[in-house]
Design a binder for this molecule. Sequence first.
Ligand code: HEM
Length: 307
Amino acid sequence: QTPMTKSTPGEMVGALNAAFGKHPHARAVHAKGIIMEGTFKAVPQAAELSSAPHFSGKVIPVIFRFSDFTGIPDIPDTVGASSPRGLALKFKLPGGGSTDIVSHSFNGFPVATTDEFREFLLAISKSGPQSPQPKPLDQFLSSHPIAKTFLQSQKPLSVSYATLDYFGVNAFKFTNRQNKSVFIRYQFLPVDGEEFLTDNQRQSAEPDYLGKEIRNRLVKGPVKYKMFAQISQDGDQIENPAIAWPESRKLVLLGILTISRITENTDEQDRRLIFNPGNLPSGIEIADQMLLDRQKAYPVSAAQRNQ
Ligand code: HEM
């Protein structure tokens, strides 16, 4: 538990379970997902921003997991609650060990703090179709306009997990070999751009269309993403993930991600694969409170689903 945040990691996972149900062997959130592998190759600017080992320019093996929102393992890809989609990445570091990034397909978060996220989740948990008026969720949304906007502004159904932009949302501090630091947020943009289903395609989309699509896509060839660092300027809120930094902020290309193949995707592999946004090498540090809280909450869910 951190001084700024009242909710414990156990309470955060409990709130996710209350909102989405507790499903055996599943992640508390982003339960439905698919695992792939490929590589990352940094460009020279990356090492100018951070001394992190995966920015050296060597080809780095990466594990990717695309996912749907909520903790419901069989949520249809076609329902609103299955967005934002998730993209988690695990880079195998040259010197041994790994580092993770956990991003989603919306540039922002519904709330500013971890405690407010718990309130939001508990309000969802108490607002079923049968619950009496006024519903706690409606009350929460009327006093939290950013959360309301978040629910109303998810993107339309994409053609693919791999035709969406993804955002790291929380901020990190990059430090280079000259000991110079900047605050950044990650962006992952598909080299071929975003692509969405047409009205007709949307109507005939199947509940598991995203998993099928990405399998077919990778048979034809690899998928490429550009990995960027968005650099903050003085006055930007580093510690408030609910507020996106202006689009005019500089985007520095860090390197190219290549997604090459689907793994066997057994239940066991999915259960054992654990991402933590606080798993960081030297040269990269947590720069906001929510990341400190996430760093402690993810292992609680991971332990629960591996019991
Ligand atoms: C206080 C804020 C947050 C809390 C408490 C939280 C908590 C969690 C937990 C407990 C898990 C399951 C971990 C596991 O079982 O392995 C998870 C997974 C995930 N979260 Fe968060 N999260 C928070 C914020 C965010 C944000 C800001 C993003 C997007 C940038 C995000 C995206 C994801 C994704 C994509 C996954 C699935 C990772 C995977 O594929 O294993 N979360 N989160």
